[in-house]
Design a protein around this ligand. Structure first.
Ligand code: ATP
Length: 346
């Protein structure tokens, strides 16, 4: 049986009349790397701060290892933090920064030296022990911040936009590095990001947070392939929306009444006559725009007044605005107020 490490039950938090967190519940397994993903202002940081004990929920419970921690102050929760601008101590060397939490724990000099050296090696900071923070690159500083956070062996590590201030190339390296580190040290980790690529690449599981609600929790592939809300379907990956699918061949609009449909471009095949394998199952459309995307064409097509984006291989003859085409929709997602479904073209 997998060991549930962190459980949140019905967490609610308001600031004045504004509800920042609305009935958020989740479970996180020990050792997993979790990405909290969503648009700005959605409530990600508030959830992190409640887990940390820096913010008290209005209602709901937080449990670590079956133990309710609602009343426990931050320093007794066994948590490590890395924040975007969580500055290192400016006048302390790399070594002393990493040693900080261990000194607070009153470990012996020998123990501190061993642990810090172990972390310096683990985080690839050998040779930089005596440097001050301003003598390091942004990426090196974040590695020191990470080493400092995990030095006291926390049971949970919280990272709030840890790479936001770092330029794109180093950021990509750092997130691969982080994943590798977490795998090695095995600490349950939650990181906040609004960058979907970052979350999808790094996280074992993603939680999509929007307007204070947890929209969906799952592996990156589950989130992408089985979105449970229209927000998730449009936030992750590319999508087209159709208000009424009753005219589409091969789909059953009555299965989920008053549903809107979301169709990913990769679910749509566009071709001139003879290119589409089952033309009787396809719609007639007119090409409106064609964009070169480097690896394929993006084609905008009009189907009975709906504008759909689809991709087309560069190997196929190019299409041009005004061309009549067949449009074969292989699959779509349906959502109404309370339900969701995926349909394949019959
Ligand atoms: P971002 O990606 O921009 O950091 P977020 O998803 O982390 O956003 P939060 O920082 O959790 O969102 O904020 C959620 C909402 O709660 C925002 O509208 C914010 O203004 C509000 N909020 C957060 N903390 C406070 C506070 N201490 N007092 C009043 N409002 C707050």
């Amino acid at each position: 049986m997998t060991e549930m490490h962190i459980v949140a039950k019905h967490l609610t938090k308001s600031f004045g009349t504004f509800q920042a967190t609305k009935d958020v519940s989740f479970e996180i397994e020990k050792g997993k790397l979790i990405g909290l993903l969503g648009p700005s202002g959605g409530g990600k940081t508030t959830i992190l701060r409640m887990l940390a004990g820096l913010e008290e929920p209005d209602s709901g419970d937080i449990l670590f290892h079956d133990r309710k921690v609602n009343q426990l102050p931050p320093q007794e929760r066994g948590i490590g933090f890395v924040f975007q601008n969580y500055a290192l101590f400016r006048h302390m060397s790399v070594f002393d920064n990493i040693a900080f939490g261990l000194t607070v724990q009153k470990r012996s000099k020998q123990q501190i030296k061993e642990r810090v050296n172990e972390l310096i090696e683990l985080t690839g900071l050998l040779g930089l022990e005596k440097r001050l923070p301003h003598q390091l690159s942004g990426g090196q500083r974040q590695r020191v911040a990470f080493a400092r956070a995990i030095a006291p062996e926390p049971q949970l590590l919280l990272l709030d936009e840890p790479f936001a201030a770092i330029d794109a190339k180093v950021r990509k390296e750092l997130r691969t590095w982080l994943k590798d580190m977490i795998d090695r040290v095995g600490i349950t980790t939650i990181f906040v990001t609004h960058d979907q690529e970052e979350a999808v690449e790094v996280a074992d599981q993603i939680m999509i947070i929007n307007e204070g609600r947890l929209e969906q929790q799952g592996t990156p592939i589950e989130i992408y392939k089985r979105p449970q809300t229209p927000f998730v379907a449009t936030f992750i990956g590319e999508s087209n929306q159709i208000g009424d699918i009753s005219y589409l061949k091969g789909f059953d609009a009555t299965a989920l009444p008053q549903a809107k449909a979301i169709i990913r471009p990769e679910f749509i095949e566009i071709g001139s006559v003879g290119e589409i394998p089952f033309p009787s199952a396809a719609e007639k459309g007119t090409v409106k725009n064609v964009f070169f995307r480097g690896t394929n064409w993006q084609v905008e097509v009009d189907v009975k007044g709906d504008r759909l984006f689809a991709y087309r291989s560069l190997e196929l003859p190019a299409l041009a605005p005004g061309d009549s085409v067949s449009v074969l929709i292989h699959r779509l997602y349906l959502f109404n107020e309370s339900e969701h479904a995926m349909q394949e073209n019959s």
